[in-house]
Write a protein that binds this ligand. Sequence first.
Ligand code: BJW
Ligand code: ZN
Length: 244
Amino acid sequence: MNVLAELGDRIARARTITVLTGAGVSAASGVPTFRGKDGWWRQFRPEDLATAEAFQRDPALVWEWYAWRREKIARCEPNAAHHVIAQWSQREGCRVVTQNVDDLHLRAGTRNLIRLHGSIWEMSCWDACGQRAWRDERRLDAGRPLPIPRCPACDGLARPAVIWFGEALEPADLYAALDACTCDLFLTVGTSAVVYPAAGLAREAKRRGSFTVEINPDETPASAAVDLTIRGAAERVLPDLSRI
Ligand code: BJW
Ligand code: ZN
């Protein structure tokens, strides 16, 4: 049996499946990955913009980056990989943990979705009033100077409701993701596996006895730790698997 057929068989037989996804799953939709060649914005690395320090220093610059990404994402549609994952998520015992903030999994109809790093379509108060994660899908005109969004409760600065470097994940999301590491089959798809705590989940699943699989065109730090690696693009490999 070839590896795809073997994995297809495991997927069919597994009682519980967890799928961890990263930016590579949305690449075919046109959403730039973080660490790929198109992952840079102007001269900035994501690590220089996705921090509270960067926002403190220059909120307009950080909002400009997010406005640019919102514009891009708004024009993207879920791809074949999102659709296959959405289909799997209809099964009892399937959980999907994503690091992506683009909401393309939601738009594809994924159930039981844990969004570890928040959503680019939600905002929180930067000041201390406590208003959190309200939906705000307004798109800013990147051609004009950008008004910095304000908090509707206290009129302080609003920030994207995403998790920046150095910030703690929402405890409920982290616990749900850790809980999802107890499963028969754990698939890590389209993530460079360098950003923690998400990067540690495949190892945790293996430690708990799951069969672990990585699907990625490139090698990552997770490759050597998983039971099976499939070198390929998510939007091709997942539909192939779902046809088996
Ligand atoms: C394809 C493909 C195709 C291409 N098909 N595949 C332990 C050890 C070391 C460091 C740390 C540690 N614990 C914490 C840290 C620090 C830090 C960290 O991990 N740093 C590392 C970089 C070293 N982590 C944190 O700070 C986290 N917070 C935390 O741990 O808090 C602790 C705390 C506790 C209590 C109080 C206070 C603090 C938070 C991390 C938040 C990450 N945020 C970002 C930004 C989100 C908002 C936004 O989008 O603007 O999340 S960073 C960015 O990286 C984003 C992503 O979700 C995340 C992961 O990236 P991803 O998805 O893997 O994308 P890429 O681009 O890296 O990879 C794409 C992959 O796809 C590649 O492999 C391609 O090959 C592949 N690919 N085409 C399939 N078609
Ligand atoms: Zn507020």
